[in-house]
Design a protein around this ligand. Structure first.
Ligand SMILES: C[S@@+](CC[C@H](N)C(=O)[O-])C[C@H]1O[C@@H](n2cnc3c(N)ncnc32)[C@H](O)[C@@H]1O
Length: 487
């Protein structure tokens, strides 16, 4: 990526940097946050140099500008990922002074990054840190990786700072971490077990060995490769598929089938393995747990979006694109929503895009159980791997894009997605975007997607709703954006 060079050029003074960020902060997000660990690690020297040389310019950015605060949050995140303790502290202070929301995980990192003089100081805050990390894993993070990174860095900081002079204290701390496995789900992870099994006799080599284990874990493939080829993948011949008889099965019916099956195998460990529901699922148990745990909430959220679409949307031919469809919950909910209008007639295609093959196949089964005649195109890919050629759409037909609980995920490049949409979907487009409220920085990412279409005269924002905990149903949160645009 040449991004860091461009950023360097644009950091001559605070005003130029602010102007650059206003147009390009998505690139910063893609670079610092969405890149995989191995990619970002290979750029460590350049990033270190950039922050070192430009900290004075960066410090003067006006943080009431969203793009500027997002940029500093990106730098804070990367400082933690790459272990830049000093930058982390400086940036954290800047954000705190400007009252910018900082994620729970970075709050936890802050607790051990500064002000600890002896091992007893760490012991005092250990449980507070772990509590923050567990909460981060359950409600904020896109998976377990970053919480494992933070807790491992805490452990290696202790080994490196005290291993030589206070081996007994370090051993005691290790045992406390081991015991904490009983109280914190995210610690019951194979990598943590490997890390805690490392012999501490020589603190230098122990710390190196632990870093290697962490590196291996963070560099692992996130998706099950190779993705399945072919335009039509559907679950068949399984016990579950036999329980689903076709014939206008509503989402609620399907959810009940899944939930009933889940009840017989219900376990915290299965449910917790979903993280906050954004993991790429690999087992049937997870599929059932997802429907049981998240089905009702996601159904309610996307339905709020459908209410904002024009009533006659089904009077014309329609292509529906369900991005990160999982088990096709959003498409299924759409069919339900218009079920009294016999919707299938004008729906020319459902494009189901999903990196988890098992979820995708089940999603196709769910839609076919609603109407066997539906034209389904299944695309087993992650968003970054999509190409124009994957889509069978026509300019003269309306394109309805469903982004149900996907735009708040960090694992893809927003810039690539915007460019793919703009070049592929000529003609009239509707977008329904529904996500939970996680953090300001994640909502900002959704808004940047929306605003990238605002320059078109035809752009029409049909809904812009934020609901925080306690402001909507059942303590659920909602970020809803619906818009129309001609491309
Ligand atoms: C919270 S679930 C939402 C699923 C579905 N849209 C719904 O509302 O139930 C997030 C989905 O995004 C998928 N996903 C994760 N990373 C992705 C990526 N990089 N590209 C596309 N999809 C991704 C996951 O496999 C998962 O199915």
């Amino acid at each position: 990526m040449n991004f860091i060079n461009d950023l360097n050029y644009s950091s001559v003074d605070t005003e130029t940097l602010s102007e650059y960020l206003n147009k390009n902060v998505d690139l910063a997000y893609d670079y610092f946050i969405s890149q995989s660990y191995s990619e970002i690690k290979s750029e460590k020297k350049e990033i270190d140099q950039y922050i070192f040389q430009n900290l004075n310019v960066i410090k003067k950015l006006d943080l009431s500008e969203r793009s500027n605060s997002t940029f500093i949050l990106c730098l804070l995140e990367v400082s933690e990922r790459l272990g830049f303790t000093l930058y982390f502290q400086r940036l954290y202070k800047l954000l705190l002074t400007a009252d910018i929301q900082i994620s729970l995980r970075l709050q936890a990192a802050k607790m051990y990054f500064s002000g600890m003089r002896n091992i007893a100081d760490f012991e005092k805050v250990l449980y507070l840190i772990l509590e923050k990390l567990e909460k981060a894993f359950i409600i904020e993070e896109d998976g377990v990786d970053k919480v494992i990174l933070t807790v491992t860095k805490l452990y290696t900081t202790i080994i490196e700072s005290f291993g030589e002079y206070n081996a007994e204290g370090v051993l005691k701390f290790k045992n406390q971490l081991k015991e904490a496995k009983n109280d914190f789900f995210f610690l019951r992870n194979e990598t943590i077990s490997h890390i805690l099994a490392v012999d501490l006799t020589n603190s230098n080599s122990a710390s190196g060995e632990i870093h290697e284990i962490l590196d291996e874990f963070l560099k692992r493939e996130k998706f099950v490769y190779p993705f399945s080829k072919g335009n039509f993948l559907i679950e068949s011949g399984t016990e579950y598929s036999k329980n689903i008889t076709s014939g206008s099965l509503s989402f609620a019916t399907i959810r009940n089938v899944s939930s009933n099956s889940y009840r017989s195998i219900k376990q915290d460990s299965i449910f917790n393995s979903l993280g906050r529901g954004v993991e790429v699922l690999t087992s049937e148990e997870q599929l059932l747990a997802y429907m049981y745990g998240y089905g009702k909430m996601h159904f309610a959220k996307i339905n709020e979006g459908f209410k904002k679409l024009p009533n006659d949307i089904l009077d014309q031919s329609l292509d529906i694109i369900d991005w990160g469809c999982g088990q096709a919950l959003a498409s299924h909910s759409f069919l339900d929503y218009y079920s009294s209008d016999t919707p299938s007639q004008n729906i020319m295609s459902f494009h189901l895009i999903e990196p988890s093959e098992i979820a995708l196949r089940r999603g196709a089964l769910h839609l076919k159980s609603f109407d066997n005649k539906l034209n389904l195109i299944t695309i087993n890919k992650d968003l970054d791997s999509l190409k124009r050629a994957n889509f069978r759409i026509k300019e003269e037909r309306i394109k309805l894009h469903l982004f149900s609980n996907i735009l708040d995920i960090d694992a893809f490049s927003l810039t690539n997605l915007i460019s793919l949409v703009k070049t592929t979907f000529k003609g009239e487009n509707y977008f329904v975007i529904a996500s939970p409220f996680i953090t300001d920085i994640k909502t900002d990412r959704i808004d940047r997607f929306v605003s990238s279409f605002e320059d078109k005269i035809s752009f029409d924002l049909l809904a812009n709703v934020d609901k925080y905990r306690g402001e909507w149903l059942n303590g659920w949160t909602m970020v809803l954006r619906v818009f129309k645009v001609n491309l």
